[in-house]
Ligand binder design. Sequence first.
Ligand code: URA
Length: 500
Amino acid sequence: MALPAGGSAGGGGLGGPAGESFDAVDVIIAKRDGQRLSGAMIDWVIDAYTRGVVAEEQMAALAMAIVLNGMDRAEIAAWTSAMVRTGQRLSFRNLAAPTVDKHSTGGVGDKITLPLGPLVASYGVAVPQLSGRGLGHTGGTLDKLESVAGWRAALSTQEMMDQLAAVGAVVCQAGSGLAPADRKLYALRDVTGTVESIPLIASSIMSKKIAEGTAALVLDVKCGSGAFMKDQARAAELARTMVALGHDAAVDTVALVTDMSTPLGLTVGNALEVREALEVLAGGGPPDVVELTCALAREMLAAAARQVAAAPGQAARVEAGRLLEADPLESLANGRAMDKWRAMVAAQGGDPDAPLPVAREAQTVLAPRGGRLTRLDALAVGVAAWRLGAGRSRKEDPVQAGAGIELHAKPGDLVAPGQPLMTLWTDTPERFARALEALEGAFAVEPAGDNPPVENSPGSGPGVGPQPDYRYLGPEGKALESCPPRAIVLERISLEGDRP
Ligand code: URA
């Protein structure tokens, strides 16, 4: 039952404060008792919270009621658009190029944004990526890019627009004017145990993306130990919710559900991940990073093609065909994506030729026995990298650019007894002990002869699209014997009929 404007759910409402349409206590009680909130109620509570009329403790109680009782599709859509309306809404309509953004729900070793933006921009698509900093065990794109000497995250809206027009790719800090209600609410959820809720996560992410003004969005929804969503079914539900919200707001939205049970690539930590992104841009890099970058690039190019194809005329049809047929691997191999990276970094004050910071101290973790590495837990590696100084506990904490973990083997690889499994890096060696604690029980090496199952994917399905042959290079550049290919992209979620 939805409550009418000004209605009372009973049981404690005091009547709205003077000039206000509702009372926060009524809204909390309604959700606590499992009722639907009306659009008017949601509009009011989000606006009143932003104005400070709804107190932090009242919003915390409402968020917890939503965690426990959920919201239906109409409520989530109303909640999202109410948050968008609390701030400014950008528009890229004046740009000559189609615009497509990508958002990842966050993972360990997830440096995909770094090669992906320049790669897609190298095909003439504008890629505005408003990113965040890391908090907890997941890294933040801005922290990674700040390990490039001179690079600047804070751009004015005009600077961002100018860079998009001139270079085609920009990664910068989201301005405080975009969905300010979400900024306030996310900080509150972080300290009240109310982050893990599909309606709240979906509305938080999508309110910022809708306010940003991109015409199309490709979502990378992670699942597995290193992600918010531990299993594939929940990740797919989050993906479907965000895809629907995008379409309701006229943002062409597609999602890939991808594996985050083990770290992506071979590096976790800011400068280490930039180094790996540069390897990908130079036509190399670990196969899982290349595969996911290209899978997301193909979706972004297809979304750009749909925008272009909406215009009348033969030229638009030809251009849409070019975007659809583009092979992202080509731009990685021929240096065009790298040229875009260099232009993007330089436009934001960075020196693409400056050496990346390296941490002062290293410690190696060795394989306790020979056999096959069957498990390498993403969450444990993320927490260890965080404890080494790659991440922060509070928003205002600094991060160490060189801190993090280099992996020398991935699940499926054969390892010899005493072979290095990973190297831990930090400027502050007193951090090693706590990082090593986090890694206790994080990996398993099983006798190779038994052909043990490899726990590297939360989904048992075959995955989506062509799967790479995973062959990681060992410490001496020698190919390690590897298990059969494993799936990175587990599921593709879109509304019917979105393929051009
Ligand atoms: N990222 C967001 O922006 N919001 C959430 O709620 C979770 C992840």
